[in-house]
Design a protein around this ligand. Structure first.
Ligand SMILES: C[S@@+](CC[C@H](N)C(=O)[O-])C[C@H]1O[C@@H](n2cnc3c(N)ncnc32)[C@H](O)[C@@H]1O
Length: 191
C-alpha cells in the first residue's frame, strides 16, 4: 500500500473478501476508482453493481472501466443507492461507500444522511454472513460532519452480536480527517 488514507484502508479491509465474491456493490461510483479496484480484484464471474445519482459520474466510471477492459463485469445504475432493493435481490459479498461529492464536480450534489442510512440498512440486510461494508466519511466540512455523525450514531447502535463495527482514522491529522467505518456481518439480521 503506497499511500495510507481512508480510501486505501477501505481497499485493504475489503480486499480479502473479493477473491470468492459473486456480487459486490460500489454504492457511490464517482470517478470510478473504487469500481475499478473491485473489478480488478474479483474473479471474472463476479458482478459489480455501481450506483450514482449523476450521469457524469457514471460516464467517467464507464470510460475508466472500458480503458481497463473490465466494463463487462460492471452494472452501472443511475439512481440513488437508497433504492438498491429495486435492483438487487441476491446476497451481497461486500460493499463500499465513499461519501461526499464528486471530486471535480458540483460540490452541492452530495450523499445525504437519510439516503445513506437507507442504503446501509438495505445492504446490511442482504449482506452474506462474514460479508463486509466499508464507509469512508468526511467530517471536514459542515455537511460531511453531520453525515459522519449520523452514520456514527447508527453504527454505534447496531446489534453487537449481528455485526462487528470498527472505525479507522489518522489521529495526528488536523481539521477532522476522514473516518473509515468497517462493518462485518456475523449472523442473519433484520432491521
Ligand atoms: C466521493 S464520490 C465517490 C468516489 C468514487 N467512489 C471514486 O472512486 O471515484 C461520491 C459520489 O456519490 C454520489 N452520490 C451522492 N448521492 C448519492 C446517492 N444517493 N446514491 C448514489 N450515489 C450518490 C455523488 O454523485 C458522487 O459521485
Amino acid at each position: 500500500m503506497e499511500v495510507v488514507n481512508a480510501v486505501t484502508m477501505a481497499h485493504h479491509f475489503i480486499h480479502p473478501k473479493l477473491s470468492t465474491a459473486n456480487l459486490v456493490i460500489d454504492a457511490t461510483a464517482g470517478n470510478g476508482y473504487d469500481t475499478l479496484f473491485l473489478a480488478e480484484n474479483t474473479p471474472k464471474k463476479t458482478t459489480i453493481v455501481s450506483f450514482d445519482i449523476q450521469a457524469e459520474a457514471l460516464a467517467k466510471t464507464e470510460i475508466l472501466l472500458s480503458k481497463h477492459s473490465l466494463l463487462y463485469k460492471v452494472r452501472l445504475i443511475l439512481d440513488s443507492h437508497a433504492n438498491i432493493a429495486n435492483y438487487i435481490n441476491q446476497p451481497i459479498d461486500a460493499a463500499m461507500f465513499n461519501l461526499g461529492y464528486l471530486p471535480g464536480g458540483n460540490h452541492l450534489v452530495s450523499t445525504s444522511p437519510d439516503t445513506t442510512l437507507q442504503a446501509m440498512t438495505n445492504i446490511l440486510q442482504c449482506l452474506k454472513t462474514k460479508g463486509l461494508i466499508t464507509i469512508a466519511a468526511y467530517p471536514g466540512y459542515e455537511h460531511g460532519r453531520v453525515e459522519c455523525q449520523t452514520v456514527h450514531e447508527y453504527l454505534t447502535n447496531l446489534n453487537q452480536k449481528a455485526f462487528t463495527v470498527g472505525c479507522w482514522s489518522m489521529v495526528n491529522q488536523k481539521n477532522n480527517p476522514p473516518v473509515l467505518y468497517i462493518i462485518q456481518k456475523n449472523k442473519e439480521w433484520t432491521a
